[in-house]
Write a protein that binds this ligand. Structure first.
Ligand SMILES: C[S@@+](CC[C@H](N)C(=O)[O-])C[C@H]1O[C@@H](n2cnc3c(N)ncnc32)[C@H](O)[C@@H]1O
Length: 394
């Protein structure tokens, strides 16, 4: 069995090409490349424009990214997908570059990720509080990416608890509240049911102590039910009769017990705005890394963000992060496997880029970013298990 985590030290272009030569394939790529803020991406003289002049900072960045994205595309299975984090510095250029490399028709989403809820306080102008995640399928017709989430269901929406079992649920009116559905448009769903508010029992036929209930809108006009007669007969325990106070005074009504399904079952479509309270923030990411190896990297991603990405793909996905930094993706893979029993594996790649003299990392003896990635993935293996294979490609 493959270990959950593999770390390869080296320039990612060499590693991606070596993986292709070895016939490796992956299901999911998540990368967080240097954002080209002016400090994080070393301008390279060897990038020249068509006239042989040194390329602009943006062109040099795109020239660095293009062959890496092409190599990543060639490793992706036809059912796979790629997620790339980016901020305003290169979001527009990256979108065009991804359109070229993957094809416009493979674009799935540009997600707004609210990683800095307080907003950036430095400098003038707006307090930017978000960045982006560009999502492309290798082939949109064949991708297995499922843009829904069980975890997006808010448990607070299910305030009631069943006695004995502790199962959480909420009451939904059995009548259809959409005015488009009424006895004229849906005549088979307008029928009386019988209910007893003292014990909650509901049936489609009269019984002792039951009151007749017809579906009505709040203003008293006739409505229709959401469930057919046979469905009510089949699932009477998922219905409850209660007295309610409406605009026209007290009346007896029927409600569906809508159960909270924590696993599988109920899934919500993921929206394209991911809030820090759902996926974590840069601050929580720093704290996560600090707890494992120390404050040794400035801008890690929160594991919650990567876990949400992982949850869109099958639980045996082969994952690749070739700008691994502090190793968040490998950590998220181990957390997700531990949580759901999955068998995801992750290849993380980072170069031996030196850490800054005087930085926490350097003081801690982590002389390269690859040392930081290794330190975190070793700590992940020690705490969550799953194994770690380490390689170098120089
Ligand atoms: C923005 S950071 C990634 C942070 C990461 N997502 C995390 O949560 O810690 C980008 C990383 O890419 C690495 N990198 C830059 N160019 C590279 C290259 N050509 N090959 C491998 N790694 C590279 C840098 O050392 C840096 O650690």
């Amino acid at each position: 069995m493959r270990p959950w985590n593999t770390f390869v030290e080296g320039d990612n272009l060499d590693v991606l090409r070596a993986m292709a030569a070895a016939g490796d394939q992956v299901d999911l790529v998540y990368v967080d490349p240097p954002y080209n803020t002016g400090n994080d991406f070393a301008y390279r003289d060897d990038f020249r424009d068509e006239g042989g002049r040194p390329a602009s900072r943006h062109a040099a960045w795109a020239a660095m990214m293009r062959p890496r994205l092409e190599a990543a595309r060639d490793l992706l299975r036809v059912t796979g997908a790629i997620f790339v984090s980016i901020d305003d510095h290169e979001a527009a250029r990256l979108r065009l570059l991804m359109d070229e490399v993957f094809g416009e028709e493979c674009f799935l989403a540009q997600v707004v990720v609210n990683l800095n809820p307080k907003g950036r306080q430095l400098g003038r102008g707006f307090a930017t509080s978000h960045e982006y995640l560009l999502v492309y399928a290798r082939d949109p017709r064949r991708t297995v990416l499922d843009a829904t989430s069980a975890e997006a269901v808010d448990e607070r929406d299910f305030p009631l608890t069943e006695e004995g079992t502790g199962r959480r649920y909420r009451h939904l009116p059995l009548r259809n509240t959409n005015k488009k559905f009424n006895p004229a448009t849906a005549p088979t769903l307008h029928f009386p049911v019988w209910g007893d508010p003292s014990d909650g029992r509901v049936a489609t036929a009269p019984f002792a102590g039951a009151a007749e209930v017809r579906p009505v809108f709040g203003d008293g006009r006739p409505a229709v039910w959401r469930w057919s007669r046979p469905l009510i007969d089949e699932r009477p325990d998922d219905l409850v009769c209660r007295v309610v106070r409406g605009r026209t005074g007290e009346r007896v009504d029927v409600f569906q017990k809508d159960w909270l399904h924590r696993e599988g079952g109920r899934r919500k479509k993921l929206t394209t705005i991911w809030l820090a309270e759902e996926v974590g923030s840069t601050d929580t990411a720093v704290a996560e890394l600090k707890a494992l190896v120390g404050h040794v990297f400035e801008s890690p991603k929160p594991t919650g963000l990567v876990r949400r990405v992982l949850a869109t793909m099958p639980d045996d996905a082969v994952v690749l992060d070739f700008f691994a930094g502090s190793g968040t993706t490998g950590h998220a893979v181990a957390l997700q496997n531990a949580a759901d029993g999955g068998s995801r594996t992750c290849v993380s790649v980072n170069s031996a880029e030196p850490t800054r003299v005087g930085s926490n990392a350097h003081a801690a003896g982590l002389l390269t970013v690859a040392d930081i990635t290794r330190a975190r993935l070793r700590a992940v293996d020690a705490t969550l298990g799953g194994g770690l294979e380490e390689r170098r490609l120089h």
